[in-house]
Design a protein around this ligand. Structure first.
Ligand code: PLP
Length: 679
């Protein structure tokens, strides 16, 4: 390599078309195109003072050098540039570069810099007076950028930015696929008209951020008080910690925020109504007296207070999402009434239940068939008491919800288990089917009075088809066995399945069955303790009514009916549809994670409920041992399969913020990957 040292050049093209050249302590004075069309150049401790010093170059390194204000438009149409530890004080630099790296550079006058550049790495870059920087760039990976200048990154695509401080108004306009991690972004009108803008743990300030955006994702971001009127007309999926001053007319998606000062939805605008905005995100449930976070741990779990705080509960079927705004508004109204005496439900309550079944399931209920009570488990127990005498048999299909076992036992009845049949699928998952021959036999045995169905099935994740239900129903009816269908999970169904109420199969099925239902699972209002028993048969209904009275569970609290009516409203349904989309995404996240990281633990198909069911038999430990191990080792709480009558499985609750689920899954993966007995 030729060396030029301690020299000064000026005028037009003093080093035109040079090859394999090292410059040390060289000054290129005023003039034009100092090193035009050169290749394989190294410049160390140089000073570039004239216009266009490096144009159309191939492979050049610049270190410890200075580009002064006269060297405008210095580095254009070039490839293979490495620039380190330099000061660049000239505008309009770096255009149409391909494959480049800049590290530790200071750009003091960076207007119209980095245009149309592709495939670059930028680390530890400070850019000031930098209006219109990074226009039309693509494929950049940026770390620790300190930017001051407006209109940055317009029309850029495929950009990743980390740990940066961006002081820039009108940033990220019309961008595509830009992700920013752990950064501060301030300036008005952030990200307008962007597509696929993804902000992770960023702090956002400046008015009217993130409007007219498509496919916008925010994960655990925070907003300054001046970031008002956010998300106008955007399609957004956001989790926001803390407070947002105001959100205006979001178009679609979901925004979960700690609290929102004002939610502005213009009356004359229809489209934004499909965005679900829920407050309370990040509000700690730990210590709020809820079972999921505060219940005592099973035996063998020892956590110190620091570990206790790290808990990620993915167990009991309760969601960490605040209830739909329509429900919270109804409850606020009821609260403001101020009197909370004994409650009898109003006609509007029955109208809401009847209306829901009519619109959602084309099933026409009569008011007199509906008995309200304090929960589906109390209903289950009362119905078993009413329809089966002590010693008589109640048929179940394990694995199944634990209270099926206890309500049969508590009424002195016999459990007749006809387990579901597991079917392994070619994609590595598994699912379950009814054992019709087993059901035929069990229903034919004298003394078996009731068949308990769980549909959608907890924990097998099935939403049974019309044909499957018809076959089961025909068997039961033929033998005079009453079908009691627990349909508490019927609102949580994957978008490509349809829930079929057992009672909707036809007149005989309607009359031969009792349906237990409540909006409590899908709308996360289980604590309000309100459920319904639907029983068209008068004789059975009278027996059930009597059992409800004997068990003293025929009064609901004043808040339950208000919540139920709000849940079964069009706004409630819209919220529910959004929820089902979220659950679906969470299931896919879990499935991908297990397939990639823990392929020796097969995952069950999930058609309904927000409860994933995993085969852990290859670990060689019991499900209860695994529950305790996960709590002790990584503070994640899951349910053991033994609760549901099936050893060798665990159940994981998917209904929590995405970040929480991701963290929980990561911890499970790290714990079980290390496990020497992983098979
Ligand atoms: C199938 C089934 N039925 C009933 C319940 C609980 O009903 P409730 O809270 O109304 O008593 C659950 C809770 O997970 C369940 O999965």
């Amino acid at each position: 390599m030729k060396l030029i040292k301690d020299r000064e050049f000026g005028g037009e093209r003093p080093l035109y078309c040079e090859r394999d050249l090292r410059l040390e302590d060289v000054v290129i004075h005023e003039g034009e195109s100092g090193l035009k069309e050169s290749s394989n150049i190294e410049a160390v401790r140089c000073r570039f003072e004239g216009k266009y010093p490096l144009w159309c170059c191939d492979g050049f390194t610049v270190r410890d050098s200075i580009v002064t204000v006269g060297a405008r438009a210095g580095f254009w149409y070039s490839r293979g540039m490495l620039m380190e530890d330099c000061l660049v004080d000239a505008p309009k630099n770096f255009r149409e570069l391909d494959d480049f790296t800049v590290r530790r550079i200071r750009l003091d006058s960076a207007t119209e810099t980095f245009w149309h550049c592709r495939n670059g790495i930028l680390e530890d870059v400070t850019a000031s007076r930098a209006d219109y920087i990074f226009m039309h760039c693509s494929g950049l990976k940026i770390k620790n950028l300190k930017l001051q200048g407006n209109y940055s990154f317009q029309w850029a695509r495929d950009i990743e930015i980390r740990d940066s401080d961006l002081d820039t108004k009108d940033a990220f306009w019309e961008t595509e696929n830009v992700t920013v991690y752990d950064s501060r972004i301030s300036g008005e009108y952030l990200g307008w008209h962007s597509r696929g803008l993804h902000l992770v743990r960023c702090h956002i300030s400046g008015p009217q951020p993130l409007c007219y955006a498509d496919g916008l994702v925010l994960e655990d971001c925070t907003f300054d008080p001046d970031a008002d009127l956010a998300f106008e007309y955007s399609d957004v999926d956001a989790t926001i910690l803390g407070h947002v001053t105001s959100i205006k007319n979001p178009r679609s998606g979901r925004i979960m925020v700690g609290s929102c000062g004002r939610l502005i939805i213009d009356e004359n605008i229809k489209a934004p109504a499909s965005c679900m905005v829920s407050e309370g995100y990040g509000a700690p449930r730990l210590g709020s007296g809820c079972v999921k976070w505060d219940a005592p741990f099973p035996k063998g779990v020892k956590l110190d207070p620091g570990q206790r705080k790290k808990l990620i509960p993915l167990w009991v079927a309760d969601m960490d999402f605040p209830a739909a705004p329509v429900i919270r508004d109804a409850l606020k109204k009821r609260l403001e009434h101020g009197v909370f005496g004994y409650t009898c439900v109003p006609e509007t309550y029955y109208d809401a239940v009847i209306g829901w079944y009519r619109t959602q399931h084309a099933l026409e209920l009569r008011r007199k068939w509906i008995l309200y009570t304090t929960g589906v488990v109390p209903a289950l127990s009362a119905v078993v008491k009413a329809l089966a005498a002590p010693g008589e048999g109640v048929i179940i299909q394990s694995p199944v919800y634990n209270c099926f076992f206890s309500s049969i036992r508590n009424n002195g009845c016999r459990t007749v288990d006809v387990p579901l049949l597991r079917r392994d699928l070619p994609d590595g998952r598994f699912t379950y089917e009814f054992d019709y021959a087993g059901l035929e036999k069990a229903c034919g045995e004298s003394g078996n009075r009731v068949l308990l169905l769980c549909n959608p099935h907890n924990p097998a994740g099935r939403v049974f088809s019309r044909e499957e239900l018809r076959r089961v129903g025909e068997i039961a009816l033929r033998h005079g066995v009453a079908v009691v269908s627990d349909e508490i999970h019927c609102t949580v169904v994957s978008p490509d399945r349809q829930f079929v109420p057992f009672a909707s199969l036809g007149e005989d099925f309607l009359n031969g069955s009792v349906t237990l239902s409540s909006p409590s699972k899908g709308f996360n209002i289980a604590g309000l303790q309100t459920a319904n028993i639907i029983c068209p048969d008068e004789t059975r209904r009278a027996l059930i009514d009597k059992a409800l009275n004997i068990n003293e569970i025929c009064d609901v609290n004043p808040f339950g009916p208000a919540a139920l009516e709000a849940a079964y409203s069009p706004e409630g349904k819209q919220w529910l549809d959004e929820l089902n989309g979220v659950i679906q995404k969470h299931y896919e996240l879990l499935l991908e994670t297990f397939r990639r990281e823990l392929p020796f633990l097969p995952v069950c198909v999930l058609e309904g409920t927000y409860l994933a069911w995993i085969d852990i038999s290859s670990l060689g430990i019991s499900s209860e041992e695994l529950e305790v191990k996960l709590l002790n080792d990584c503070q994640v709480w899951v349910n053991p399969g033994s609760m549901y009558g099936s050893e060798g499985y665990i159940r994981i609750n998917l209904a929590c913020p995405t970040a929480q689920l991701k963290e929980g899954l990561e911890r499970i993966v790290n714990t079980l990957r290390r496990n020497p007995s992983q098979g």
